[in-house]
Design a protein around this ligand. Structure first.
Ligand code: NAD
Ligand code: UD1
Length: 348
């Protein structure tokens, strides 16, 4: 029987793509999500891609008893822990909610896992832990210096995981530091379902190309980069999802703690992204150069040698594919999962 993997936050952007990758790799995902930032529509879409929808448990990661029930009743072998709040800017306004969801949620999850003897965990960390690193590309042993409460919650969870694995050697834990996910599944059925004004470049760019927003503000044109705009390591969300399968496989063979960057190793500027997206969509992307955004850094891209060596994984999809897939998701779902149900019926 396929090994069952509990996927907290499995209805979200990266989680839903990881559920597809898990099925393709012969695992059985069980989604555990409170739907605070996800739509139940994603389940129908997953069914259309995978043949059947994964089982879903509606619950909160801060509810230890409910997680224990989920782990026991489903004979769970490992957990992939995506469930968290993820906006750096929002975390400055509401730090308590971030510490509660991200840190307290992880403590409750780990306590439940320990009580149920489930000792294999893949944890979603972020390039946000590095802050304004001195040298590029950033290596896993670069100093961590998060610039936001959000980034600090990820550092605290990372430290909690290393303390636990030191104290209790039976744990197998992967701390995966994601760079900037973009794109969508090639089917156009699942993607990033942004609510309100998108804080990140990818969805904003997509909505400008679609004519839903007038223009993109490029935050800062005077950075010390090749064209003056910020540089980031954009990674296709499906590559990122596949990185989790590689990590799970690695954990099967090895107890201990693993920390790995998941990026492409290549940085692109905001202007290069605009040009790539305009080409992929065939639409103009009007933009203005605006003042720098508070807390932003000039550039951030990953050293990916450890991912290659330890996980035998590398990102395979490039910028053009990321943009084309993001565009397909956008035109088929102009309102995300809340798009016209007739249109949805026609797609399925
Ligand atoms: P997302 O918001 O799309 O998914 C998170 C999911 O977790 C949502 O389905 C939400 O409903 C659920 N959730 C939130 N709090 C919960 C709780 N207390 N209990 C149960 N479910 C809860 O976000 P995403 O982009 O898929 O990110 C997934 C993970 O990756 C997060 O931990 C995030 O911090 C991390 N990450 C994301 C990015 C990015 O740019 N998207 C970059 C680096 C790291
Ligand atoms: C942001 C978060 C980071 C988080 C990451 C992934 C901040 C300061 N950092 O990082 O904690 O891990 O998202 O969720 O919020 N840009 C524009 N115009 C826009 C939006 C963005 O020019 O409308 C630029 C930014 O200035 C930056 C680049 O695009 O240079 C990427 O921005 P974004 O997508 O927000 O990601 P990060 O800043 O890397």
């Amino acid at each position: 029987m396929a090994q069952r993997i509990l996927v907290t936050g499995g209805a979200g952007y990266i989680g839903s793509h990881t559920c597809v990758a898990l099925r393709q790799a012969g695992y059985e995902p069980v989604i555990y999500d409170n739907f605070s930032n996800a739509s139940r529509q994603v389940l129908k879409r997953l069914a259309a891609i995978c043949g059947s929808a994964p089982e879903v448990i509606e619950g909160d990661v801060r509810d230890r008893a409910a997680i224990e029930t989920a782990l026991r009743s489903h004979d769970i072998r490992a957990v992939i822990h995506f469930a968290a709040l993820k906006s750096a800017s929002e975390s400055i306004e509401m730090p308590l909610a971030y510490y509660d969801n991200n840190v307290h949620g992880t403590v409750q999850l780990l306590s439940a896992m320990r009580a149920c003897n489930v000792a294999s965990l893949v944890f979603s960390s972020s390039a946000a832990v590095y802050g304004d690193a001195e040298r590029m590309p950033v290596r896993e042993d670069s100093q961590r210096a998060a610039q936001s409460p959000y980034g600090r919650t990820k550092i605290i969870c990372e430290d909690l995981l290393s303390d636990i694995s030191r104290a209790e050697p039976g744990w197998s834990i992967a701390r995966l530091r994601y760079f900037n996910p973009f794109g969508a599944h090639e089917s156009g059925l699942i993607g990033e379902d942004t609510r309100g004004v998108p804080p990140n470049l990818g969805p904003y760019l997509t909505q400008v190309a679609a004519g839903q927003r007038v223009q993109l503000s490029v935050f800062g044109g005077d950075y010390d980069t090749r064209d003056g705009t910020g540089v980031r390591d954009f990674i296709h969300v499906v590559d990122l999802a596949e990185g989790h399968i590689a990590a799970l496989r690695k954990l099967e063979g090895d107890a201990g703690l693993l920390t790995v960057n998941l990026g492409t190793g290549t940085g692109y500027t905001v202007l290069e992204m605009i040009a790539a997206f305009a080409k992929a969509s065939g639409r103009p992307v009007p933009y203005v150069i605006a003042p720098r955004r508070k807390g932003d850094i000039a550039e951030c891209y990953a050293d990916v040698s450890r991912a290659r060596e330890m996980l035998d994984w590398r990102a395979r999809r490039g910028l053009a594919e990321m943009c084309a897939d993001a565009w397909r998701w956008q035109i088929r779902n102009p309102e995300g999962y809340a798009s016209d149900p007739h249109r949805e019926k026609a797609m399925l």
